[in-house]
Design a protein around this ligand. Sequence first.
Ligand code: TXA
Ligand code: MG
Length: 345
Amino acid sequence: MAALGSCAHPLAKQVIIVFSMANSHFLSRCSADDIQKAAGQLKAGHLVAFPTETVYGLGADATNEEAVKRIYEVKGRPSNHPLIVHVSSINALAIWAEQIPEYAIELARKFWPGPMTLILKRSEVAKDFITGSQDSVGIRVPSDPIALALLTRFESLGGLGVAAPSANRFGQVSPTSSADVTEELGEYLEGADLILDGGRSTVGLESTIVDCTNYIPRILRPGAITRKHIESLLSIKLTQIPTNSLLRVSGGMEKHYSPKAKVLLNAIPRPGQALFALIESETPSGVVRIGAPTNEVEFARDLYWALRETDKRGLTEIIVIPPAGEGLAEAILERLTKSTGGRSK
Ligand code: TXA
Ligand code: MG
């Protein structure tokens, strides 16, 4: 392990770069130079895992087929699953998409940078290896300052966008810290790949995915940008579609977001089980309290951490009592239902 210098990041966020070389990792404090280096590695066809406000992403140059192939290998993910292209601003929409409806522009203006992905009719730039051969492409401008700095640098080197799924092995819990990424993918990365550390993700759940390929938008994956946010911005009512019909959307498969431990929803916790619930829920004797978030925002932020922590402590079952209600609570429940594989108890 070698420290490679220390600095304050220009965006006032301390960054650590983990250089992954085979099985050894070298840590260094980051600088604008490190972001530059990471952007250069992306441009050269290597992988860079980076923080976003939702979860950490595993990035590759979205125009480089070989680099994108490696994302699938490292994740162990089926290659027909489309990837989200990350860009630094709304200006890149016209590069990746065509026939962009007015409402999509309104959504982008309001919620970007932020935890929302728009699905749009693809342009010629979005190749089959990004879209899973679909006629549409997913695009997002993340708000995390390190992600934005990385994307801006990458674009200044001539890059058009960074394809990035969540930086976990297929079916596993999405990572919300660089340590999680190292744990998930460290052994699969190569010497020139990088992991950027930007601390804990602040939202903690993947972006809201909005299908903008029809005359009216549809939410394909709920997230922190909620149906109400979208309906009130656009002054429309969205149609609801059952999530199990969304086979090509992350989590559309039976089991997703799954730790090793069995996840049980709304069950009465028994001794030896882990419990993750809002602070007002009591902890029965013998139950291992994993977290006590004070509201649904903290609940979402800490949920994936709690699932990982349960595994780290060697516990085999976790009871989760999700917050009730609409909006973010729906997104929490959707992820949890998938992490149980559809089981409620
Ligand atoms: O918050 C997020 O969205 C994170 C961060 C890293 O940006 N990314 C993320 O990517 O969650 P991923 O690949 O784990 O989940 C995104 C899902 C894909 O699985 C895919 O099903 C869906 O978005 N998607 C991407 N492009 C699509 C398209 N053209 N049509 C339908 N679904 C699409
Ligand atoms: Mg994912």
